[in-house]
Design a protein around this ligand. Structure first.
Ligand code: SF4
Length: 439
């Protein structure tokens, strides 16, 4: 969501005539877009602001803007701790960014941390790092209150974007050469709960949205993030199965495999329910890949609770997992829980979880060896070759020449825990393989 906001900030400034510079010392405007979900976000913010202070003293035309979640959460504190900050702009106030910068020039420091989104950031101009892939926000905010999460505090309650608006943005993106969109919401499954369809009493639903976006010509891939396991519904499975452009990948946050800890986290599903969704989705959508988020060492987590997480991981067989060591976020309910788990215990459990998940990821990736997969080229990989991604969201590395945005068929030679490697082949080979498989 923050990356999506950064694209809009760059879009607003570019539309106003600003151009990017590599040299902070020369900048007329410096924007720090903060994310309060990250650990130590405030230390890093004030560290950066400390570096900028002498630059601003040498260049009085410089305007320093702090945007994002931390701006929304810390509000006036930021300008009290760093009085050289010109503008504090919260998560709901991005459309006012240029006006705030202008007012700061004329009147001095400004702050807008309003509580309600009137204009979706997606409706603002964007400068995208990638011309072929785009984020599209379908809702902002969240109505849940997970005890570890800062999002409801900094993004407010859920507000969905009308289906027609989302569709119009996706159509515009596809017409301009974007081939993959990721529909973005804190909890996409409750998309539309706060909207009624004009002229009827019914609500828009996420499944309908998927089907509508699937009809956009020239688009090749649709992804979405994230569905909440509690709100998952069978019609979404049917829509994923039926929609050709919707990719065979679901990011399905588990957080913990212990029901006791899930309760303390205020996650309103239980491990067996979670696993039954995984089974049901796998049965309905062959070849679907799962990724997840898991927090280790949530306050009060015992060895038995942690083993519950290992059990669910063993059974769910995720293709990949984002694993986190719990650390309190100020302002969340769990930050005040007094049974915090000692750091060394968290580290030891974390290492066991990572080792287990890596072995499962490798096993899942090995199933791709010898197969030919469609890859969307993203650019140059870390080791200099080409990097792309399968429909199942697996990173693929290969040697050769290929431009970002190009689709290639790649024969997978080798699996690794975090990526696949192979070589490109003519499309006919894939078709031949599919024919042979059908026979
Ligand atoms: S559902 Fe996600 S965004 Fe909402 S409170 Fe829970 S973790 Fe945070």
């Amino acid at each position: 969501m923050n990356e999506h906001d950064s694209e809009r900030i760059a879009g607003l400034l570019t539309a106003e005539g600003y151009v990017p510079t590599e040299e902070a010392a020369e900048a007329e405007v410096v924007v720090l877009n903060t994310c309060a979900i990250r650990e130590n976000a405030d230390n890093r913010l004030y560290g950066q602001l400390g570096h900028l202070r002498p630059l601003k003293m040498a260049n009085p035309r410089m305007r320093i803007v702090v945007a994002g979640c931390l701006a929304q959460k810390d509000r006036g504190l930021i300008q009290r701790r760093a009085p050289w900050v010109d503008v504090v702009v919260g998560t709901h106030a991005l459309p006012s960014l240029l006006e705030l910068i202008r007012r700061a020039e004329a009147e001095g420091p400004q702050m807008d941390v309003r509580e309600y989104t009137e204009v979706f950031p997606s409706a603002l101009p964007a400068v995208r790092g990638d011309r072929h892939r785009a984020w599209v926000s379908v809702s902002v905010g969240c109505d849940n209150r997970c005890s570890f999460c800062i999002v409801p505090l900094v993004r407010g309650p859920q507000r969905s974007r009308p289906l027609g608006e989302v569709l119009a943005e996706v159509q515009g993106l596809a017409a301009s050469g974007v081939v993959e969109v990721t529909l973005l919401g804190q909890n996409v499954n409750t998309y539309g709960r706060d909207l009624t369809v004009p002229g009827s009493g019914s609500r828009s639903r996420f499944a309908e949205l998927l089907r509508a976006v699937d009809g956009v010509e020239r688009l090749r891939r649709i992804r979405f993030t994230s569905p909440h396991p509690h709100d998952f519904t069978p019609d979404v499975i049917d829509a994923i199965a039926a929609c050709e452009r919707v990719c065979e990948h679901i990011h399905f946050p588990l957080q913990s495999g212990s029901d006791r800890i899930l309760r303390a986290m205020r996650r309103s599903y239980r491990s067996e329910r979670y696993l039954s969704w995984v089974r049901r989705i796998r049965d309905s959508i062959p070849g679907i890949a799962f990724s997840t988020d898991i927090i280790v060492g949530f306050p009060g987590e015992t060895e038995e609770d942690f083993r519950g997480t290992l059990r669910v991981v063993e059974e769910a067989r995720f293709d990949s997992a984002y694993t986190f060591q719990y650390s309190p976020r100020p302002g969340t309910a769990a930050a005040s829980f007094d049974d915090q788990v000692p750091k060394e215990v968290v580290q030891e459990r974390f290492d066991r979880l990572v080792a287990l998940q890596e072995s499962i990821s490798l096993e899942r990736n090995r199933a791709c060896e010898g197969r030919i997969v469609e890859v969307l080229v993203e650019g140059t990989g870390r080791k200099g070759g080409v990097q792309g991604r399968t429909r199942t969201n697996k990173v693929v590395h290969f040697e050769g020449d290929a431009a970002p945005g190009q689709f290639l068929d790649v024969a997978i030679e080798r699996a690794h825990p975090h990526h696949l490697s192979g070589h490109p082949v003519p499309t006919a080979e894939r078709d031949g393989l599919a024919l042979a498989a059908a026979e």
